[in-house]
Design a protein around this ligand. Sequence first.
Ligand SMILES: Nc1ncnc2c1ncn2[C@@H]1O[C@H](COP(=O)(O)OP(=O)(O)O)[C@@H](O)[C@H]1O
Ligand SMILES: [Mg+2]
Length: 242
Amino acid sequence: LRRAQAELVQAGKLSALGKMSAGISHELNQPLMAIRQFTSNAAAFLHRDAPDRAAENLARIDEMAHRMSRIIRNLRAFVRNENEPMGRVDIRAVVDAALDMMTERLRKDEITVDWTRPPQPVFVQGGEVRLGQVLVNLMTNAADAMRESPERRIAITVEHADGAPVRLSLRDTGPGIDEPDKIFDPFYTTKDVGGEGMGLGLSISYGLVQSFGGRITGSNTGSGAEFTIELDQWNDARESAA
Ligand SMILES: Nc1ncnc2c1ncn2[C@@H]1O[C@H](COP(=O)(O)OP(=O)(O)O)[C@@H](O)[C@H]1O
Ligand SMILES: [Mg+2]
């Protein structure tokens, strides 16, 4: 059943991708046309012995190339069939690693993180790398959302009671979610297309958490957005029986 579900998720992603391919060609075509223009400008400035102006055009070409690779990277993450093995993962270590990866961004945007780190390991079932990717997605979204907020804070907590799923929550102090029903749809975004946002982060995250047998939800708290990931506790007995 799980396999069938995974295939459905995959099929859904592919059909969504098919529908969007026209849009994607357009996305890639725009910077490509710009690159051709900047290239001919640069050549013209070199002929006129104006290397500074030529260099400006080369810098724009570099920018456009980065934009194109960002678009392609997003798409690859979306269609990739992950084959990282599932295993016992300490959720604290995943949060630590994601925070490390986000250090630069959090510092630049002056975002404070309140990470209520449990004193003991909290073991869940999942893929460490994929779970880290989900957290980076959530933190990036929180940072994006708080760009205009006077208070910029991310609170991270872990709840774990015996027998219940582990709940990892991220709360931010941004404006909250506009349309909570749509945020997990592929290509739903309220950000400028062509910038960082392509609307794939949460739908990828949804698929990843689902592949661990868990779930992810997003809602508004009244003072920002809150995302919660629920994952089964690691169970030695069950895993060795399986
Ligand atoms: N922390 C948040 N606060 C407010 N809105 C959010 C938050 N996280 C996600 N969203 C909304 O969900 C949309 C989809 O997010 P996502 O799938 O990551 O795509 P992207 O970040 O590329 O827009 C965002 O464009 C935004 O409108
Ligand atoms: Mg995102």
